[in-house]
Design a protein around this ligand. Structure first.
Ligand code: NAP
Length: 251
């Protein structure tokens, strides 16, 4: 059977692994940042490889036939590592990446080039800001302590986060439109800060913001190397099954 390594950390990676498991020999790799990951449908390893060289070594050691990059669209380093390791080993590489969200006519989005740029753009008057950006890059907001931050994250906030006006909500998606509207109303949210992940599982917040007329600060994606990319799990499966005979292990 063809041996496939999926670099995961997203719901799409989990779904792909689940759908491939009956047909191919699939391994999933997670960075290991979530302390309470949900159960995965295939054998799973956790932790970094040690850069592009470490990943190339792993691909060779494990006799991996194909590599699927299905990390989060804002995982900045892994795409470059995967591209380098694939080039070094000759292992075919595909990226599974949903297209970015596009604003609808009733949306009030402000496109922001990076998360670090958001605090200054929030202005000086105190606002209630819903941060749906995880818990890893919150330090930037210590430069704008005048706002009340509602921070939604899977894990607890860092103990040393130097922000006093914070409400921490520990929740894991997907989130329904009803819940998103209730959350924004309950906390009288003035702004939503979102990464443009394009992921269906967290899209309801944008519909909620549109319906409530709340402006969204939309952080654009980090740079990426040039990798053959598909948007949907079904297309990734087709790509794998269409790989040339030379990639498939001989019986
Ligand atoms: P990153 O900048 O691409 O990765 C940082 C380092 O973490 C990589 O160099 C690699 O270490 C290790 N790593 C990342 N993904 C890995 C995987 N699937 N398996 C093994 N090692 C992995 O990514 P990040 O922003 O730190 O995110 C870490 C993980 O969280 C990613 O898997 C991503 O899918 C997930 N995630 C990220 C975000 C986000 O907004 N950034 C949101 C939700 C989930 P080595 O160089 O040592 O191999």
């Amino acid at each position: 059977m063809m041996r496939v390594l999926i670099l995961g950390g997203t719901a799409q990676a989990r779904l792909l692994a689940q759908q491939l498991a009956p047909r191919l020999d699939v391994q999933l790799s997670l960075a290991g940042v979530t302390r309470t990951p949900i159960p995965q449908p295939v054998p799973t390893r956790r932790g970094g490889f040690g850069g592009a060289e470490g990943l190339a070594l792993y691909l060779r050691d494990q006799a991996i036939d194909a590599l699927i990059l299905a990390t989060h669209p804002f995982a900045a380093r892994m795409p470059f590592n995967a591209a380098q390791a694939a080039a070094d080993t000759g292992v075919p590489l595909l990226r599974l990446l949903p297209p970015p969200w596009q604003p609808q006519p009733d949306d009030h989005w402000q496109s922001v080039p990076s998360l670090e740029a958001v605090p200054a753009l929030l202005g000086s008057s105190p606002l209630t800001v819903l941060l749906t950006i995880g818990r890893q890059q919150l330090t930037a907001f210590t430069h704008a302590p005048q706002h009340h931050y509602i921070i939604r994250s899977i894990e607890a906030l860092p103990a040393d986060l130097a922000l006093s006006h914070v409400t921490s909500l520990r929740r894991r998606g997907p989130f329904s439109l009803k819940d998103e509207i209730a959350l924004m109303n309950d906390y009288a949210v003035d702004r939503v800060v979102s990464k443009n992940s394009g992921m269906d599982s967290v899209k309801a917040k944008l519909t909620a913001a549109r319906e409530l007329g709340i402006p969204v600060m939309m952080v654009e994606r980090p740079p990426s190397p040039d990798i053959t990319t598909v948007a949907r799990v079904e297309a990734a499966i087709d790509w794998l099954l269409d790989l040339p005979a030379s990639v498939w292990p001989q019986a």
